[in-house]
Design a protein around this ligand. Structure first.
Ligand code: ADP
Length: 253
């Protein structure tokens, strides 16, 4: 299918320190690719560059074959790349439906002049966005909380809402940070099955940083292992777990 993200010889230096060091990797279109590695390996820094939060010191990042090196997060968002889960982005004082309706970019309702000039168009767009929000709630099976204030949701429900936000813009590739953190087992199962359905039914690609190895094993194939700022190996989780160099990187002195 080809790659949707290509990281080519990317380095990020902080002062003299190479947090990411000549790192090259590709994320296959339609995959759920995991990124693991010991603390300090450079995973978060790499994610920050792919997501447009940090600009690489050198190297190139391609999204669907186009050079997007150094583009800010909102530009990447417009091109279908989203990052989610690390921070609770939800607006706690708004309902779940309203949170979903906030997402789509470029609605004419955002522009005051167009509200004045063409109210009918705004109303029609709002109706379309509301319909889309309802479809998303239905897909994720969280219609029962649609009128809840987002601030009242549990940790896991908030993560489902964040997945829903990515669906509002038909994201191509979603970067997930720490899916399992702070989520109870039942909701974790919902989250995992929804990620799998988004992948299988709607063709989403996921790139996942996760500390929970069970979660990685359930969800991710392939898994990329980073150590000391670059890729150590890549493959199926069963092979990775048997790899001596990986074991040494995790547990060695
Ligand atoms: P991981 O996510 O794999 O634990 P990080 O990407 O967070 O690794 O960090 C990689 C290395 O870069 C660590 O040694 C960390 O201390 C360093 N580092 C990360 N961010 C910064 C920063 N903003 N300034 C200086 N050093 C940083």
């Amino acid at each position: 299918m080809g790659s949707i993200i290509d990281v080519r010889s990317v380095t990020k230096r902080f002062g003299g320190f190479h947090a990411v060091d000549d790192c090259t990797l590709s994320i296959e279109k339609g995959s759920i690719t995991g990124l693991i590695g010991p603390n300090g390996a450079g995973k978060t820094t790499l994610f920050n560059m792919v997501a447009g939060t940090y600009v690489p010191t050198s190297g190139q990042i391609l999204l669907d074959g186009e050079d997007v090196t150094g583009l800010p997060a909102h530009e990447l968002f417009n091109r279908g790349l989203l990052r989610t889960f690390q921070i609770a982005h939800e607006f706690s004082h708004m309902t779940v439906t309203e949170n979903l309706m906030m997402v789509p970019a470029g609605q004419s309702g955002e522009n005051l002049a167009s509200v004045w000039l063409r109210p009918a168009r705004v109303t029609q767009e709002e109706a379309e966005v509301r319909k889309k929000a309802e479809e998303v709630l239905d897909f994720l099976k969280i219609t029962h909380v649609k009128n809840e204030l987002a601030g009242n949701l549990s940790g896991g429900q908030k993560k489902l809402l964040e997945l829903g936000r990515t669906m509002m813009v038909d994201a191509k590739v979603v970067l997930l940070d720490e899916i399992a953190a702070g989520v109870n087992r039942t909701l974790l199962n919902d989250l995992v099955s929804n990620i799998e359905r988004l992948n299988q039914e709607l063709g989403y690609t996921f790139f996942v940083i996760e500390h929970d190895m069970d979660m990685i094993a359930r969800l991710c194939d392939p898994v990329i292992v980073m150590a000391a700022g670059s890729v150590m190996t890549e493959g199926h989780i069963e092979d990775i777990q048997k790899n001596e160099a990986v074991i040494e990187a995790y547990f060695g002195g």
